[in-house]
Design a protein around this ligand. Structure first.
Ligand code: ZN
Length: 248
């Protein structure tokens, strides 16, 4: 089985369409979505409609999905995120608000090989930003491959059969298929489709092959300027448009 993995699309329709147009996507037969379909970008309804049409095999909610759907308050958000969340909640159709409300919290087991979550397997809202967090996540995960999002930063870490923790790679240089060795456990973030934060403005996503197991993190150029113009035209904070240029 080959899976397309999408995380942190953040209402960026241009980035999502560019990913879906990649030839490699035609080689996949299932879609996994790691949360945060909305927030920051100008196309929350179109992005949700597009994701729903893909009929994801598994999907979990992100913190921005929760706030937009009034399942959580925006008190932990910074000003930018809060004003985008307010705009998003007003913009969403009743049907899409209901869809967000019904999304499951992670972690969700996909197969014997894979589980997915938004933040971490031990807490859907936790940020994995250090080796210590990553090691804890690896020990908590119930499957050999745990896919997570939330930080918008592609990274791969592994726990060897002897419990030795190792960073496989991180950031824009983390490209090409990562073969998953039997007996080792992996924690992998495919990066963000719609708001990358590793200094590379290209949309980030992954293709997971279950046999033999591998994870391929890929990048694709998309019309950033078009997404930015929509953000500005929508009256969303200009900084949300600006950051897309630099991938931060
Ligand atoms: Zn996010």
């Amino acid at each position: 089985m080959r899976y397309l993995v999408l995380s942190d699309i953040h209402a960026n329709l241009e980035a999502l369409e560019a990913v879906l147009a990649e030839p490699v996507v035609a080689t996949t037969s299932a879609v996994l979505v790691l949360g945060d379909m909305v927030g920051y970008g100008a196309d929350p309804n179109a992005v949700i409609d597009r994701v729903r049409a893909l009929r994801p095999t598994a999907i979990v909610r992100g913190n921005h999905d929760k706030v937009a759907a009034s399942l959580a308050s925006a008190e932990d958000f910074n000003d930018l995120a809060r004003s985008a969340a307010r705009w998003t909640a007003d913009e969403l159709t009743d049907e899409n608000l209901e869809y967000l409300r019904l999304l499951p919290a992670g972690p969700t087991v996909v197969s014997d090989l894979i589980e997915i979550c938004h933040g971490a397997p031990f807490d859907e809202d936790a940020y994995i930003v250090s080796d210590r967090h990553a090691a804890r996540a690896l020990k908590t995960a119930s499957r050999p491959l745990c896919l997570f999002g939330h930080t918008h930063f592609p990274i791969a870490a592994r726990l060897d059969p002897d419990e030795h923790f190792r960073l496989v790679g991180r950031g824009p240089k983390l490209a090409g298929p990562i073969p998953l060795e039997p007996g080792a456990r992996y924690l992998i973030n495919p990066g963000s489709v719609g708001q990358p934060r590793d200094g590379d403005r290209r949309a980030s996503f992954a293709v997971v092959d279950s046999d033999p197991p591998s994870v391929d993190i890929r990048r694709v150029v998309y019309p950033v300027e078009r997404a930015q113009a929509k953000i500005v035209a929508a009256g969303l904070p200009a900084l949300l448009a600006k950051r897309l240029s630099i991938g931060q």
